[in-house]
Design a protein around this ligand. Structure first.
Ligand SMILES: Cc1cc2nc3c(=O)[nH]c(=O)nc-3n(C[C@H](O)[C@H](O)[C@H](O)COP(=O)(O)O)c2cc1C
Length: 197
């Protein structure tokens, strides 16, 4: 039985088109793997705090005492223990919503999701894959898609086995067929999900 973590950064909630890709992914995976379990963190509803001087000081003190059971590390434990991850995040400002960056700050915990030794930094996460789902208003070349670069690099950092991305692009461009763009992305999502184990 595998545990899949859905990191939902669809800030427009029920109006989100990215959420439709996520729904398709979950439906497909549930159908293919009835024994898998799914947990969702809805970032739009979480009272997440970005790191500042006080919270960094508190975190350093807790880590120095190896107090990994402190509630502020609950999200990091959940992240570390997932066997697969779906990140649903609309393309905002050439990247993704700030709530997702704040979530990453919260799960990036030395000793839990990564560790360092004389050889450098090593991932500690169990996940075999991350599936990144997005919709983009415009059309952007590979170099400009900062969300993809960053999440792919994070997979390396946390030790997540593989990075996959499906994005519906140009979904706000007047004159393009938005329904077809979304339909194609939904098919692609289903196709990629069939490869995940
Ligand atoms: C705050 C904000 C920032 C955005 N920034 C970009 C951007 O940099 N490039 C782009 O192509 N579209 C941008 N868009 C458009 C979204 O990528 C597009 O509407 C997307 O489909 C929204 O996803 P959703 O329907 O899941 O909320 C932005 C939209 C919002 C609300």
């Amino acid at each position: 039985m595998k545990k899949i973590l859905i990191i939902d950064a669809c800030m427009r909630k029920e109006d989100s088109r990215t959420a439709l890709l996520c729904k398709k992914a979950v439906e497909t995976l549930k159908e293919l793997h009835p024994d898998w379990t799914f947990e969702r963190v809805a970032l739009a509803d979480l009272p997440l705090r970005y790191l500042d001087k006080d919270s960094l000081t508190e975190r350093d003190a807790l880590l120095a005492e190896k107090r990994y059971d402190h509630p502020r590390f609950d999200l990091a434990h959940q992240f570390q223990e997932a066997d697969g991850m779906i990140v649903a995040a609309p393309f905002w400002d050439l990247s993704f919503p700030a709530a997702l960056k704040v979530y990453i700050e919260n799960v990036s915990v030395d000793g839990l999701t990564f560790y360092c030794d004389e050889q450098g930094l090593h991932g500690k996460c169990r996940a075999a894959w991350m599936l990144h789902l997005s919709t983009r208003g415009g059309l952007w070349d590979e170099e400009t898609r900062q969300d993809e670069h960053y999440l792919r690099a994070l997979c390396g950092f946390f030790g997540v086995g593989a990075y996959h991305v499906v994005a519906a692009e140009g979904i706000d461009i007047v004159g393009l067929d938005h329904e077809k763009i979304l339909k194609d992305a939904l098919s692609e999502t289903e196709k990629v999900c069939r490869t995940l184990a």
